[in-house]
Design a protein around this ligand. Structure first.
Ligand code: ADP
Ligand code: MG
Length: 370
C-alpha cells in the first residue's frame, strides 16, 4: 500500500479554476475523505491522482515518487465510481476476474487471485450468481472485489454510495469502513455528505471552491472548525452563529440586538486580541446548548419559538436577542411556545466576523469572566 502526497495541485478547465493549489497527504493505510459541496473540485482532484487529468501545476507523489508522467494503468490505483457498475450478464466470478483477463494474466494466476478476493470479501458460494441475484451489500463487495483483484496501492472512491437509498447507505458506511480496516488499504473517498465523512474517515479534507478549508480528524473539524464554512458544513442541525460586537475596553461581547452580553475571560480576550475587527461571531452547536430551570450564572435568557420533535431528540428553536437559534434537547423536554428558558453553552467557537476564520474554540465556561 502506498502513501499519497498531493503538492500544490492546480487544475483549470478554460476559465474555470477547478482546483487552486491544494496540498495534502494520505498516509499508508489511512482512510481519507475529501468532503465538500458539489463543484468544489473533489472529482478533479481524484482524477489528477488517478492520472485521468493532467495537473496544470503541482505534483502527485506515491511513496515519495513523482507519478505525474505515469499513465493511469501504470499508477496501480483502483478508481471506483459507483458500486453498482457491475457487468449484469457476467457472474460474480467473471465480474471479479474481468480486469485480470483484460491484462491477459495466466489462467492459474487469475484463479488464485479471484479465490483470494472471494475469500477476503466473504463472497464464497456466490461465484456463479449474476448481479441481479445479489443483495445490495453483496453487489458492493463484488464491485470492490473487482477493484481489489488488481492489488492496487491506492483506492480512489468517488461518491460510491450516492446511488443508494438512505437506509442502505447507512449500512454500507459501516461495512465499507470495516472492510477498509481489514484490508489496511490507503483510501481516498470523495463525498458531499458530511455524515459519510464523519462516520468513516480517519482524516477529513474539507474543500470549498477549489481550496482546502481544513484538514483534521472528524473530532477536530467538528469541535474546532477552521472557519465559518467548515463550521456550517459539518453537523446537523448546523452550528448557530451569533453576530456580536467586541467591546475591547470593557472586555465584553454583545450581540447586535443587545440580548446577549458576555463579560469575557482573560483567555477569551487574549484570543480576540489577535483580530483587527470588532465583529465577532460566536458559534454554538445545537448539541452544546444546555437548559437550566431558572436564572443561573452564565446562563442567557431565551424565549421558546418552536419545538421540533424528532423522536430521539427535540430540536428547540429559541429566540435570543434578535436571532433564532436551535438547541438539541432530550425528547422529554418540550417547553411551550413563548415560555422563558435559560441556556448556557458547553462549548463555543469564536470567529472573526469579517474574514470568517476561527479565532479558537473553548468550553463555554472558559468564555466568561469569573
Ligand atoms: P466536485 O466533484 O467537487 O463536484 P468537480 O471536480 O467535478 O467538482 O468540478 C469542479 C469544477 O470544475 C466545476 O466547476 C466543474 O464544472 C468544473 N469541471 C470539471 N470537469 C470539467 C471539464 N472536463 N471541463 C470543464 N469544466 C470542468
Ligand atoms: Mg464529483
Amino acid at each position: 500500500m502506498a502513501e499519497v502526497k498531493v503538492v500544490g495541485l492546480w487544475k483549470r478547465f478554460g476559465d474555470v479554476e477547478a482546483v487552486k493549489g491544494i496540498t495534502f497527504e494520505v498516509k499508508e493505510g489511512e482512510f481519507a475523505v475529501m468532503l465538500g459541496p458539489s463543484g468544489c473540485g473533489k472529482t478533479t482532484t481524484l482524477r489528477c491522482i488517478a492520472g485521468l487529468e493532467r495537473p496544470d501545476e503541482g505534483d502527485i507523489l506515491f511513496n515519495g515518487r513523482r507519478v505525474n508522467e505515469l499513465r493511469p494503468s501504470q499508477r496501480n490505483i483502483a478508481f471506483v465510481f459507483q458500486f453498482y457498475a457491475l457487468y449484469p450478464h457476467l457472474t460474480v466470478w467473471d465480474n471479479i476476474a474481468f480486469p485480470l483477463k483484460a491484462e491477459k494474466l495466466p489462467k492459474e494466476e487469475i484463479r488464485r487471485r479471484v479465490e483470494e478476493v472471494l475469500e477476503m470479501l466473504d463472497l464464497k458460494g456466490l461465484e456463479r450468481r449474476k448481479p441481479k441475484e445479489l443483495s445490495a451489500g453483496q453487489k458492493q463487495r463484488v464491485a470492490l472485489g473487482r477493484a481489489m483483484v488488481r492489488r492496487p496501492e491506492v483506492f480512489l472512491l468517488d461518491e460510491p454510495l450516492s446511488n443508494l437509498d438512505a437506509k442502505l447507505r447507512e449500512r454500507m458506511r459501516g461495512e465499507l469502513k470495516k472492510l477498509q480496516r481489514k484490508l489496511g488499504a490507503t483510501t481516498i473517498y470523495v463525498t458531499h455528505d458530511q455524515i459519510e465523512a464523519m462516520s468513516m474517515a480517519d482524516k477529513i479534507i474539507v474543500m470549498n471552491e477549489g481550496k482546502i478549508q481544513q484538514i483534521g480528524t472528524p473530532h477536530e473539524v467538528y469541535h474546532n472548525p477552521a472557519n465559518l464554512f467548515v463550521a456550517n458544513f459539518i453537523g446537523s442541525p448546523g452550528m448557530n452563529f451569533i453576530r456580536c460586537r467586541y467591546d475591547r475596553e470593557g472586555g465584553r461581547l454583545r450581540d447586535e440586538s443587545g440580548g446577549i452580553e458576555i463579560p469575557l475571560s482573560e483567555i477569551a480576550r487574549e484570543k480576540l486580541g489577535s483580530i483587527s475587527t470588532d465583529e465577532v461571531i460566536i458559534g454554538v452547536r445545537p448539541e452544546a446548548i444546555e437548559f437550566h430551570p431558572g436564572p443561573s450564572p452564565r446562563a442567557i435568557e431565551a424565549g421558546v419559538y418552536l419545538v421540533e420533535p424528532l423522536g430521539s431528540v427535540n430540536v428547540v428553536n429559541l429566540e435570543v436577542g434578535g436571532e433564532v437559534i436551535k438547541a438539541v434537547a432530550e425528547p422529554g423536554f418540550s417547553p411551550s411556545v413563548d415560555e422563558k428558558v435559560w441556556i448556557s453553552f458547553k462549548e463555543v467557537s469564536l470567529f472573526d466576523g469579517r474574514g470568517g476564520d476561527s479565532i479558537g474554540a473553548m468550553g463555554g465556561e472558559e468564555l466568561w469572566r469569573r
